[in-house]
Design a protein around this ligand. Structure first.
Ligand SMILES: [Fe+2]
Ligand SMILES: [Fe+2]
Length: 126
């Protein structure tokens, strides 16, 4: 089972790298280093393809209906977690964090609603 643990850690680390490379690509772009920005973007996409492969190997991907049911639970949790985090950021006077938790909370709600809609359409076709 050691390899499963290693694969889980690798999946986490690849997933983490996607966001970091994208953030760094954005930064390079803002600094006017377009070639570097494109390179970092390409690396992010390659890390994404590694993460996708590990997600499959680890059995994280099921049939579409099950995937959506699982992700709906995740989005509902993300929505609650972001609302809680926004309150904490507000209490601690971290305005930048507060603003972004509020903004991304709206996205999580949008994801939740979008997945719910798809699921109800899938159920109509059952
Ligand atoms: Fe990688
Ligand atoms: Fe989300």
């Amino acid at each position: 089972m050691q390899i499963i643990e290693i694969m889980e850690k690798t999946f986490e680390s690849e997933s983490n790298d996607i966001a970091l490379y994208l953030a760094m690509s954005k930064k390079a772009d803002e600094e006017g280093h377009l070639e570097i920005a494109n390179y970092l973007f390409d690396v992010a996409m390659e890390e994404a393809s590694h993460a996708v492969q590990f997600a499959s190997l680890l059995g994280k991907v099921k049939d579409t209906k099950t995937n959506l049911v699982n992700m709906l639970a995740g989005e509902m949790k993300a929505e609650k977690d972001k609302a809680r985090a926004a309150k904490i950021a507000f209490t601690e006077g971290n305005d930048e964090a507060f603003q972004f938790f509020e903004e991304s909370l709206k996205d999580e709600t949008k994801h939740k609603e979008g997945i719910k809609n798809i699921l109800s359409r899938l159920q109509e076709n059952d």
